[in-house]
Design a protein around this ligand. Structure first.
Ligand SMILES: [Zn+2]
Ligand SMILES: [Zn+2]
Length: 165
């Protein structure tokens, strides 16, 4: 319950950005909040997309997961992914699914694909692991979401490549 409130609070704070408020003092907090929302949001969106968003024209049809217990990496087709309850979609627990390899419950996290077009490898970011296992922790910028293969910073990459409105 308290987790939901935490997330909602962050979302609200982000929404007030429209007025072009001035000043660097709030920026740091806003930035940290943005990071958390990007990480949590991108996961949620990915999951949502595969459950029925049907927006991807030719994206990968499988999602990649990694088990924190046995370190197995595996792919699941959208229809094979156990659907989280509606409430869980808004909480960090929605990231976890049961492991088909070792049978551990709620032990697997979705991996992300490196945005670097020359790399495109799948990996499990440290930040994802951290937020999944410490849902109440405050976001910090120290948790980099970096590809272990080519060192692309996913957050930084999206910042530089995100579509302009
Ligand atoms: Zn496992
Ligand atoms: Zn990479």
């Amino acid at each position: 319950m308290s987790d939901n409130g935490l997330l909602n609070g962050k979302a609200k704070r982000l929404n007030l950005g429209g007025g072009g408020g001035g000043g660097g003092k709030g920026m740091e907090y806003l930035l940290a909040g943005t990071l958390a929302v990007i990480i949590v949001g991108s996961l949620g969106f990915t999951i949502w997309k595969f459950f029925g968003g049907k927006t991807g024209p030719s994206g990968p049809t499988e999602m990649h997961f990694k088990c924190l217990k046995c370190n197995a990496e595996f792919e699941l087709k959208p229809e094979e992914i156990p659907q989280p309850s509606e409430q869980a979609m808004y909480g960090p627990e929605s990231m976890f699914i049961d492991c088909p390899k070792c049978g551990a419950k709620q032990s697997c996290l979705p991996m992300v694909q490196c945005p670097n077009p020359d790399c495109k490898k799948w990996y499990l970011p440290e930040a994802t692991k951290f937020y999944a296992t410490n849902p109440a922790a405050a976001p910090t910028e120290e948790l980099k979401d970096v590809c272990p293969y080519c060192n692309t910073d996913r957050i930084q990459w999206y910042r530089e490549h995100r579509p302009r409105r």
